[in-house]
Ligand binder design. Structure first.
Ligand SMILES: [Zn+2]
Length: 244
C-alpha cells in the first residue's frame, strides 16, 4: 500500500509538472502573438509634444568654414536655421533655436569665470544641454561643407546612432533633397562617429545637415540665394514634421 502511494504521488507530481509547463508555454506563445497583433507605437505617439531644436552651427568667434569669396559658414547656417524657425512658427510647430544671432554659446549657462581655451568645448556642450532640457526634442543641426577639391558638391546628412529615429529623419531629408533640389545627389546618409560631438552625445533623434559645399563655386552661389535657402529650409522642416 505504501509503495502504491509513493508511485501515485510521483505520477501525480509529474503530471502537475507537465501541466505547469504547458501553461507556461501556452502563456508565452499567447502573449507573444498578442504582442505581435498590437500595432506598434507610431512615431507621432512616441514624439507627441515634440519640439524641434534648430541648431545653426558655429557663430561668433567661430566662423566655421570660410569660402573663397569670404562667405562665412556660420552666416549661411543662421539664414537657413532662421527660415526653418519661421516655417515652424507659421505651422504652429514648437521650435527652439540654439542661437538666433551671431554668437557662440560657451557662456550660455555661465559656468566658468573665464572661458579662455574652452569656448568651443562649452559651446558644443551647451548645444546638447539646451536640447536635453526640453521634453521630446528633435535636434537638427545646420552646417555647410568644405573640401580642398572644389569639384565636390551636394547635401550630406549625418545621423546620431543613439536613437533609431535619427536615421529615419536623415533618410527623409535625403529623399526630399533628391526629389526637390538635387536629383543627381548620390551621397548616402552617414552614421556620425565620435568626431561630431553633438550627435555623439544626444540621445534624442538628431541629425546634422551639411547643406552644401561652399568650396564649390556653383553651389556656393546657390547657397547664397534666398530661393535656395528657402528650399533647403522647407525640405528640412517638412522632413522633420512628417517624421514626427
Ligand atoms: Zn560646420
Amino acid at each position: 500500500m505504501e509503495s502504491y502511494d509513493k508511485t501515485y504521488i510521483v505520477k501525480f507530481v509529474f503530471c502537475i509538472f507537465i501541466i505547469v509547463c504547458f501553461i507556461f508555454a501556452f502563456g508565452f506563445i499567447f502573449s507573444s502573438v498578442i504582442e505581435r497583433a498590437k500595432p506598434s507605437q507610431t512615431l507621432a505617439e512616441a514624439y507627441e509634444g515634440y519640439v524641434l531644436v534648430i541648431d545653426a552651427g558655429h557663430g561668433g568667434e567661430d566662423a566655421g568654414a570660410v569660402a573663397e569669396d569670404g562667405t562665412l559658414e556660420k552666416d549661411l547656417n543662421l539664414e537657413i536655421a532662421s527660415l526653418i524657425r519661421v516655417l515652424c512658427d507659421l505651422n504652429g510647430t514648437r521650435a527652439v533655436m540654439t542661437r538666433e544671432d551671431d554668437r557662440l554659446l560657451y557662456d550660455h549657462y555661465d559656468e566658468l569665470d573665464d572661458y579662455t581655451g574652452h569656448k568651443k568645448e562649452y559651446d558644443l556642450k551647451n548645444r546638447v544641454k539646451i536640447a536635453n532640457e526640453l521634453e521630446n526634442p528633435i535636434f537638427i543641426s545646420v552646417h555647410m561643407n568644405k573640401f580642398a577639391q572644389t569639384k565636390y558638391s551636394g547635401t550630406q546628412i549625418y545621423y546620431s546612432k543613439n536613437n533609431p529615429s535619427s536615421q529615419l529623419l536623415a533618410r527623409g531629408i535625403q529623399n526630399m533633397t533628391r526629389a526637390y533640389a538635387q536629383p543627381s545627389n548620390k551621397r548616402p546618409i552617414k552614421q556620425a562617429d565620435s568626431s561630431i560631438f553633438v550627435l555623439n552625445k544626444l540621445e534624442c533623434p538628431a541629425v546634422l545637415v551639411e547643406c552644401g559645399f561652399i568650396s564649390n563655386e556653383a553651389e556656393l552661389e546657390l547657397l547664397k540665394t534666398s530661393e535656395h535657402q528657402a528650399k533647403m529650409s522647407l525640405i528640412i522642416f517638412l522632413s522633420a514634421i512628417s517624421m514626427s
